[in-house]
Each structure stands twice: as structure tokens, then as C-alpha cells.
Design a protein around this ligand. Structure first.
Ligand SMILES: [Zn+2]
Length: 167
């Protein structure tokens, strides 16, 4: 009952992910429709209920623009697991503040980049000009498109791909 279920807005826009228990409740209470089963059935005394993989809300929900949360993992993902100074791809990465925090640098998307430990050490808490290092690209806030938000679920739920594509 903890398996993830993709929740679509009334216009089929992917909204979020909930667990199976909540998805079944939404269906039974008439707030959502089953869009895709694919996981079998739950047997109750009186009937069998399809286990949803994707559901759609009956009522349109209006939500403000989504932002990607600033976490280490999302920074690495935005930068394609590549050190933004030397261009090396690695599993061993750190987050570097381009303008160091002790010099007033903020913890925001435009001031954090992925750095390998060697480059981070070489930079050593100095601003770029002082250490003669350059960034591969200007850091920006990544778009919170559906693929970005739900892409990590696709490995285990590839049937969601068709609902996420294009949003
Ligand atoms: Zn590096």
C-alpha cells in the first residue's frame, strides 16, 4: 500500500506522487478516477478494487509555479554530476558556493555549483577572481518541469513516461 501512485490534475498535468492507500481513498470517495491500473487488485469481502498506478483528480487544482528544492542531490542533478570547474564526472562530489558564504554569498541556485573535492579544495573558500578558476556554465535555477520532478520515479514506474512527457 506504500507503492507510489502518480496523481494527475483534471487537465492531465502531473501534480504529485502519493501512496497507494491515499490513491485508493481518493478513488473510493469519488475525488479521483483510475487512469492506469497495471498492478493487480485488492480483494475485499464484497469486491475487488484495482490497485492504481496513475489516477486523475476530478476537480482542477490550481497551484503556483513549482520550484525545484535546493538540495545537494538536485544541484548534482542540474549539473549532470559534473564538476563545474574541471568538467569531470564523478560520484564523489561536493557543493561549492561560487561567492563564498563568508563573503556574503547566498545559498541560492545562482550561487551553488557542483565541484569535485579537488577543485573545491583548490578554490579554498576564495572568490573566482582570486583563484583563477572559471565555471563551465552560469548556474541557474533548473526548470521544475514534470520530467525533472518525476523523472527519478521512471526507473521503477516506466508506464508513467507517457503521462509525464511534454509537461
Ligand atoms: Zn573539479
Amino acid at each position: 500500500m506504500e507503492a507510489p501512485v502518480l496523481v494527475l490534475n483534471a487537465n492531465f498535468e502531473p501534480l504529485n506522487v502519493c501512496n497507494t492507500r491515499r490513491a485508493v481513498c481518493l478513488i473510493i470517495s469519488g475525488k479521483a478516477d483510475l487512469v492506469m491500473n497495471g498492478r493487480g487488485y485488492i480483494q475485499t469481502v464484497t469486491r475487488s478494487i484495482p490497485i492504481p498506478s496513475v489516477i486523475r483528480l476530478d476537480q482542477m487544482i490550481h497551484r503556483p509555479r513549482m520550484h525545484v528544492r535546493l538540495t545537494r542531490r538536485e544541484v548534482f542533478r542540474r549539473d549532470n554530476y559534473t564538476c563545474q570547474y574541471c568538467g569531470r564526472r564523478s560520484n564523489n562530489l561536493t557543493v561549492d558556493h561560487v561567492v563564498p558564504k563568508h563573503l556574503g554569498g547566498t545559498h541560492t541556485w545562482t550561487n551553488v555549483v557542483t565541484a569535485c573535492p579537488a577543485c573545491n579544495h583548490r578554490k579554498g573558500g576564495r572568490p573566482l577572481e582570486e583563484c583563477q578558476m572559471a565555471l563551465l556554465q552560469v548556474p541557474r535555477e533548473p526548470p521544475a518541469n514534470a520530467h525533472y520532478r518525476f523523472g527519478r520515479h521512471l526507473e521503477h514506474n516506466d508506464e508513467w513516461e507517457q503521462f509525464i512527457r511534454g509537461w
